[in-house]
Design a protein. Structure first.
Length: 398
């Protein structure tokens, strides 16, 4: 099969790692792939090098990035149409909202002029929950209407968790169940699964004592992550656990707000914001508890990575979080926008060393097999073969 994969940008996060693993795995099995991506926003860290490291053919369309601009988007669309007609793929698979819109429309135009038996299949993956929580009421309605319309020209919608599939099929009625499948993320977790108590860490670099309980967040500083709730929760934790520290790893447009809140709460000595850290193994070896305060999530990669590293998690019960974290077995789930509940969960684990170990071991066993790269490539390869065969078989019958 020849696959054209389209994503808005290869920034630090789950979607970028996901598409590189998929294309690398498919190419290893003899399939022809090309990865199309746009440019990064100024505050974003890059994972563009991953595709080059894996030898994946890449086309960069600068205007395909995160920012919405009618003129730039039109230019990106024209370039995508030209690319699709030149490559003549069997599969056009889009990821993320803007790339999903432009890429699916380009594939639709391509199919309009192709013989029925030689049309490509159109696949789209929802990674995050853009249908709820990201925008205001009016914009949410417009996004849902757009996605329902695009679903009509999409052969298969892919969600990354069962709860997300329920949203797509039942809650927001984006696409019928027959054209919606769950394909969980795949991640390279082996290097994290090998971590133990003797693994190199960053405690000396940050000036943390060996007694310090390190609460860590790894991800983008954006509104949907609700980092102010995590900072306020940690202020409560610090009054009960003076040795606790909060490590906020990442960057984004909400950084200034977070820094201002940290200063206003007098937490400068206990909250550290080092920016992005690319080497994940020593980072996860440093933290004792992984915390997430999001208002919505698809499948939270940082929680999966932390669990693979044997770390317990305290997270808000939103989106696909409960599909990853089993409450009271691999972590603690709390309501969103509730600093007190989040603080209680963190304090509980901070004061229970044996409980942290128990949850960490259970979490590692839970995620390593479920989110393996091989399983991901197996699932998508089988999906492509099935949907492509069905589409071309039906066209012959017609």
């Amino acid at each position: 099969m020849k696959t054209l994969r389209v994503i808005a940008r290869l920034n630090v996060g789950g979607p970028a790692r996901h598409v590189v693993l998929v294309d690398g795995g498919l190419r290893a099995r003899g399939h022809d792939t090309r990865l199309v991506h746009g440019s990064l926003a100024p505050f974003e860290a890059s994972l563009e090098h991953l595709a080059g490291d894996c030898g994946i053919p890449v086309t960069r369309i600068r205007e395909l990035g995160r920012r919405i601009s009618p003129l730039s988007d039109l230019r990106a669309f024209v370039q995508l149409v030209r690319l699709v007609f030149r490559e003549q793929p069997d599969v056009v698979h889009t990821h993320t909202a803007k790339a999903g819109t432009l890429g699916r429309l380009a594939a639709w135009l391509f199919n309009l002029v192709r013989p029925r038996g030689r049309r490509c299949i159109v696949v789209h993956t929802f990674h995050g929950h853009v249908l709820d929580g990201y925008f205001g009421r009016t914009t949410n309605l417009a996004v849902r209407l757009t996605e329902r319309t695009l679903a009509r020209i999409t052969d298969q919608i892919v969600t990354i968790s069962p709860s997300q599939r329920d949203d797509i099929v039942t809650r927001f009625r984006i696409a019928p169940a027959a054209r919606t499948a769950v394909v969980p993320l795949g991640l390279d977790l082996e290097h994290l699964a090998r971590l133990d108590s003797q693994a190199p860490n960053l405690r000396k670099l940050f000036g943390f004592t060996e007694r310090a309980v390190v609460v860590g967040y790894i991800g983008r500083f954006v509104a949907i992550k609700d980092l102010p709730t995590l900072v306020r929760a940690f202020a409560c934790v610090a009054t009960q656990q003076p040795d606790a520290v909060l490590l906020l790893v990442g960057d984004g447009p909400a950084r200034a707000e977070v820094e201002s809140l940290v200063a206003s709460l007098g937490l400068q000595g206990q909250v550290h914001l080092p920016g992005w850290i690319e080497d994940l193994a020593p980072l996860y070896a440093t933290i004792d508890i992984c915390a997430l305060s999001s208002l919505n999530e698809g499948t939270p990669v940082a929680l999966i990575e932390a669990m693979a590293a044997g770390k317990p998690v305290v997270a808000t019960r939103v989106g696909g979080v409960a599909d990853v974290v089993e409450h009271e077995r691999t972590g603690v789930l709390v309501p969103p926008r509730n600093p007190a509940a989040l603080a209680d969960g963190i304090v509980r684990l901070a004061t229970d060393f044996e409980g942290r170990l128990r949850m960490g071991y259970a979490g590692r066993a839970s995620v390593v097999a479920r989110f393996s790269p091989k399983r991901l490539v197996d699932d998508l390869e089988a999906l492509y073969v099935s949907v492509l065969a069905q589409k071309r078989r039906l066209s012959r019958v017609e």
